[in-house]
Ligand binder design. Structure first.
Ligand code: MN
Length: 328
């Protein structure tokens, strides 16, 4: 991406937008249940349907669940952005697919591979390839340049491709943290195997049932991928004050008596209570939960800072070459 492009496409956010009922688009395939959560269960605030897709570079065909111009980045703070490339088929190609060199400051970018393979390079000399189940966790902090492409062999062969990228906002006191790169291989994720062959829960960050996640974070965050079998039926809890939601990457579930089909996202109310999951088929779920930052923020393209002055500084530092160098 050229310097000007991201500046022109930048969006200055930061105003707390009013949360309206219209946010919750009704999904056509939604089955009407008596869908009130039981008194012991955490309430369901709503279900987001899949959105229109747009291309990021020429390699990622994503649905942007948030921020999406609707204030959801506040509702899910510290999570700021969720772009999901649901499964698509990329044909075999000699042309590289992906997104070229671009900067970030003030956030962490977390990429999950579900199908296909993605290669990453950054200006701090980090390089990694993620395959299904693997995660790359890049702390941009004070600033890095990176590029994200389909891995070369996958690009040449083509095939099913499914990826997700989250932006995790950094607390004010850690905005300018030293950049860092955590490469998390699926087999090395700490996990809890559920009884009765219901599946397993991988703990990328946070803690589940006494098992600690593998990634280090700058604020309290739970981030788990659940791999469930068809008959899975169990309860768990998340802190009531954490902003929490679940994306159905593959499969279909019922959460506290509410139907949540594939590629839908369920937002939970901020309250204590059981979260009851029933898998209707084999599933991959992503559970996101974090303590809200409750700090002002300004977003401009790939930068998320606390003030407009800090955004101006980020652009100035980027143009002055202070983010380092990375060849495209
Ligand atoms: Mn990026």
């Amino acid at each position: 991406m050229k310097r000007r492009q991201f500046i022109q496409s930048g969006v200055v956010g930061g105003l707390a937008l009013l949360f309206t009922k219209s946010f919750w688009a009704k999904s056509k395939e939604e089955v009407v249940l008596d869908d009130k959560a039981l008194p012991t269960q955490r309430g369901v605030e709503g279900v987001l349907s899949p959105t229109n897709t747009h291309m990021v570079g020429n390699g990622f065909k994503v649905m942007n669940y948030y921020p999406n111009g609707k204030g959801f980045e506040e509702r899910m703070s510290p999570f700021f952005l969720m772009d999901f490339n649901a499964e698509v088929n990329f044909p075999a190609s000699d042309i590289a697919h992906g997104v070229g060199v671009h900067p970030h400051r003030g956030i962490e970018t977390i990429t999950f591979a579900f199908k296909g393979a993605v290669e990453h390079h950054d200006s701090k000399g980090n390089h990694g390839i993620i395959h299904p189940g693997d995660v790359q966790w890049m702390t941009a902090g004070a600033g890095v340049l990176h590029k994200e492409y389909h891995e070369q062999t996958f690009n040449r062969t083509g095939g099913a491709f499914e990826m997700l990228q989250l932006w995790l906002n950094l607390p004010k006191k850690h905005k300018m943290a030293t950049p860092k790169y955590q490469s998390i291989v699926h087999a090395e994720k700490p996990r809890v195997v559920l009884e009765n062959n219901m599946g397993e829960i991988c703990i990328v960050a946070g803690e589940y049932s006494g098992v600690q996640g593998i990634a280090s974070t700058f604020s309290p965050v739970q981030l788990w991928d659940m791999h469930l079998n068809e008959h899975a039926d169990f309860n768990f809890q998340l802190p009531g004050n954490f902003n929490s939601g679940i994306l159905v990457v593959d499969g279909s579930i019922i959460v506290n008596r509410k139907e949540v089909p594939e590629n839908h996202y369920v937002q939970l109310k901020n309250e204590e209570g059981d979260i009851h999951i029933q898998a209707k088929k084999k599933c991959i779920l992503l559970v996101l939960s974090g303590e809200p930052l409750n700090e002002p923020y300004v977003n401009y393209g790939p930068f998320v800072m606390n003030t407009e002055e800090e955004i101006r500084q980020a652009i100035q530092d980027y143009n002055a070459g202070k983010f380092g160098f990375l060849a495209d």
